[in-house]
Design a protein around this ligand. Structure first.
Ligand code: PMP
Ligand code: GLN
Length: 408
């Protein structure tokens, strides 16, 4: 295990044994520890501003926080039903109807999970196993690679193509086979910040139909888009019956530590995922579920306000990154801005990311860790910066990053 030199490539996937004997699965075949933990750890050691791990530095709406407190004080402290509290399942169904016109049965077509992370894990484990293939676009959110590895299925990929980071659908079709049981879609996309076009999503559905694959779509950033329409895959013709849609309270309501996520989809698929979930965690944080139900019912001004505030932060950080000498890809959704460090003469962004906290007191995530080998080569000079931070914090980060050119 290369803990002394984490940037050295490991075997592509499978279990890696540490010197201490503990098993660690490398999500992308590169790192033995979760990248967010590693970079957040480096940021703490060097007192750096952490624009690596994507979590807000301000609390979400008081109505949610007060509700969770009241729920705890009121004795909501034992197991919730495995499917989730009825009040939350009803709020999730109402949210799908209100924003997307999707009629979802709260009894049979909704399940609450411990964050989107658990919904993703349970979905992949429910539908894929040894001998199967699971396709993701690349770069891919780290937990997809780890869970596909744990499931025993083979992980196939198709690239996202810049500058808009849209899926390469020719490559996707070429990567599909009769063994492809699941297509994982992530839209808006972490890490690339892209929002997929309707045409691309429709074609993904056609391809899934042709190969008989299930679509697992991770839409945790559904409300964090900037002038781009969020189109849930499940709303597209032919999609509903083969699609599991995943979201989470963490991003929309700035409560990433609560770990309340959910999935919606046809009863047969929801049941299969829920069965796996019941053996992963059985049920999810009871007092938070009621609070999230209240949040989902907040008015449209709340939702548009969250996106507008975040868009402003995106612009503050983007301007600063440009001034610091990076090429900036302006995201249309998520918490994240991708930059190319090549104009600063940097060809190894993973190495730079590990030096950046000490060098200038700012932390970022290298994009290559969200890739297999070919993708890692293509994204070698890219970094991801999170902008879900106070404007004063972003301004300070930008000042520090301006020093980078002279310190390289
Ligand atoms: N999917 C994506 C694309 C994410 O960015 C994240 C976390 N930021 C998650 C899933 C995990 O969500 P949760 O914290 O609700 O488990
Ligand atoms: N999803 C967040 C990110 O991409 C962090 C999640 C985590 O720490 N596992 O930064």
């Amino acid at each position: 295990m290369n803990q002394q030199n984490p940037s050295r490539p490991l075997r592509r996937s499978g279990w890696q044994r540490t010197a201490a004997g503990a098993n660690l699965l490398s999500p992308s075949g590169r790192l033995g520890t979760v990248i967010f933990e590693e970079i957040t750890g480096l940021a703490a050691v060097h007192g750096a501003i952490n624009l690596g791990q994507g979590y807000p530095d301000e609390d979400g709406p008081a109505i949610l926080l007060n509700s969770a407190r009241e729920n705890i004080a009121g004795g909501m402290n034992q197991y919730a039903p495995g499917r989730g509290l009825p009040v939350l399942r009803e709020a999730i169904a109402a949210h799908q109807e209100r924003f997307y016109g999707l009629a979802v049965d709260p009894e049979r077509e909704v399940a609450v999970t411990t964050g989107a992370t658990e919904a993703i894990a349970a979905s992949i484990l429910a539908f894929a196993g040894p001998g199967d293939e699971v396709l993701t676009f690349e770069p891919f959110y780290d937990s997809y690679g780890a869970i596909i590895g744990l499931s025993g299925a083979r992980h196939t990929t198709a690239p996202l193509v810049g500058p808009q980071f849209q899926p390469d659908l020719e490559a996707m079709e070429a990567a599909m086979s009769d063994r492809t049981k699941v297509i994982v879609v992530n839209n808006p996309h972490n890490p690339m910040g892209s929002v997929f076009s309707r045409a691309a999503l429709e074609r993904i559905v056609r391809i899934a139909e042709r190969f008989g694959a299930i679509i697992v779509t991770d839409e945790v950033y559904e409300h964090l888009t900037f002038g781009a329409e969020h189109i849930p895959v499940a709303t597209l013709p032919g999609a509903w019956e083969r699609t599991v849609t995943i979201s989470s309270a963490g991003k929309t309501f700035s409560v990433t530590g609560w770990k309340i996520g959910w999935l919606t989809g046809p009863a047969a698929l929801t049941d299969a995922v829920r069965t796996v979930k019941s053996f992963l965690s059985y049920s999810s944080g009871t007092p938070f579920q009621g609070a999230v139900a209240l949040g989902l019912g907040m008015d449209d001004a709340f939702y548009s306000g969250v996106a507008a505030a975040l868009q402003h932060k995106r612009d503050v950080l983007g301007a600063g990154l440009r001034d610091a000498g990076f090429d900036v890809f302006t995201p249309r959704g998520t918490y994240f801005t991708i930059v190319d460090a090549a104009p600063l003469g940097i060809t190894d962004a993973p190495a730079l990311a590990r030096r950046l906290p000490e060098l200038v007191g700012v932390a970022a995530i290298p994009v290559a860790v969200f890739c297999h080998d070919d993708g890692a080569r293509r994204t070698r000079s890219l970094l991801r910066f999170a902008f879900c931070k106070k404007e004063t914090v972003l301004a300070e980060a930008v000042q520090r990053l301006a020093l980078l050119k002279d310190r390289l």
